[in-house]
Design a protein around this ligand. Structure first.
Ligand SMILES: [Zn+2]
Length: 357
């Protein structure tokens, strides 16, 4: 029987290797270790030649998750395989450790939302989340956790609020102040997505207020581009009418301005309209990646997809930019309960399966 894939099984969150498994070439089932009875597993593609394998925890391995070690492509049509030579190559593989992606919620300053006004909505939402055991993080706090190899917490959540501007005359600043105060009074970290509008005069008083929030430690400022630009054509491909100067102004100049003004370098680009990410290829637009690399942005945050586990090696590689998705208050049920429902779906389908309790 020819073996064509090799897995190492890890205990999460310690990432201790527990055992090794082989996969047959002839039958796409696990040639299981005698001590394991694995009867159901699913494959999730995380890179062209890398797969994450979930083994049904309920049945087989209640205390383990599985990381792929250089697994060959599972579908012949996908082409190249890392292990075409058979098991002798297996020892050369490097383990891939994975972090799940926390549920991530997008809000706007307009989130007075339907029947609830702001004061009705936000405190109720926060109460729901805290009651359900969620623990707030900013994107950069989550990055730090991964960089420091800390165990992923049971129920993290990232809340971001879009379209903050410190340009003079922007009408929603007072709403941001109110939203900030509610979150922080509840000890709930938030990420604020800034539209610089450097073509307009900036309000130093607003910047001073926001700098104070950042200094207190539970607020991260992300770039939301200089002009709230849409990077996408209708089909999700990159726009062809944008020049390298446009990209520079929208991303690098925006991020550096925020970093210079607050003293904290920007690590997160939250793209307007969830653009800058091509769903059909699951890739960030190359011009966006280039800008992010130049100024040290690690996350591009959009809306769709972006829920797959992150490899530790990717986190530590300074050149790699990670795409993360978000969810939003559901259309037709923009209430605290509706939001909670969306977040629980994410938690149950995309986060918890990769956590071992
Ligand atoms: Zn926006």
């Amino acid at each position: 029987m020819e073996r064509w894939g090799h897995l190492t099984v890890y205990h999460l969150p310690t990432f201790q290797a527990v055992t090794h498994l082989w996969i047959d070439r002839d039958t796409p089932t696990l040639d299981t270790h005698p001590s394991l009875s694995v009867d159901r597993f699913r494959f999730i593609r995380i890179a062209p030649n890398e797969w994450f394998i979930m083994i049904d925890r309920r049945r087989a391995m209640k205390t383990m998750a599985v990381g792929v070690v250089g697994l060959a492509s599972l579908l012949p049509s996908l082409g190249s395989s890392l292990l075409t030579g058979g098991p002798q190559h297996a020892t050369a593989q490097t383990p891939i450790h994975l972090y799940p992606v926390p549920p991530s919620l997008m809000l706007h300053s307009s989130e007075g939302i339907n029947t609830d006004d702001l004061n009705g909505f936000l405190p109720v939402l926060i109460r729901h989340l805290q009651h359900d055991g969620y623990q707030g993080f900013t994107y950069s706090q989550w990055l730090t956790l991964m960089m420091q190899d800390q165990s992923p917490p049971a129920k993290p959540i990232i809340v971001s609020i879009d379209d903050l501007t410190m340009a003079k005359g922007g009408p929603t600043f007072s709403t941001f102040v109110a939203m900030h105060d509610i979150f922080i009074a509840n000890n709930f970290p938030i990420t604020l997505a800034v539209v610089n509008r450097l073509d307009l005069p900036q309000d130093p008083e607003r910047w001073a207020i926001v700098r104070g929030w950042v200094d207190e430690g539970n607020v991260e400022l992300a770039s939301h581009t200089n002009h709230h630009i849409n990077f996408n054509n209708r089909d999700g491909s990159p726009r062809t009418d944008l020049t390298s100067t446009d990209y520079d102004e929208e991303i690098a100049v925006s991020a550096l301005h925020i970093g210079d003004t607050t003293g904290i370098p920007v690590r997160t680009l939250i793209t307007p309209y969830g653009s800058g990410f091509e769903r059909s290829t699951q890739t960030i637009h190359p011009a966006v990646v280039k800008q992010c690399q130049e100024v040290g942005i690690k996350y591009v945050v959009g809306l769709p997809d972006g829920r797959r586990p992150i490899q530790c090696e990717v986190v530590r590689d300074t050149a790699t930019v990670i795409y993360l998705g978000r969810t939003k208050p559901p259309t037709g049920n923009k209430t605290a309960n509706g939001v909670k429902f969306e977040l629980n779906l994410w938690y149950e389908h995309d986060y918890a399966p990769y956590l071992i309790h």
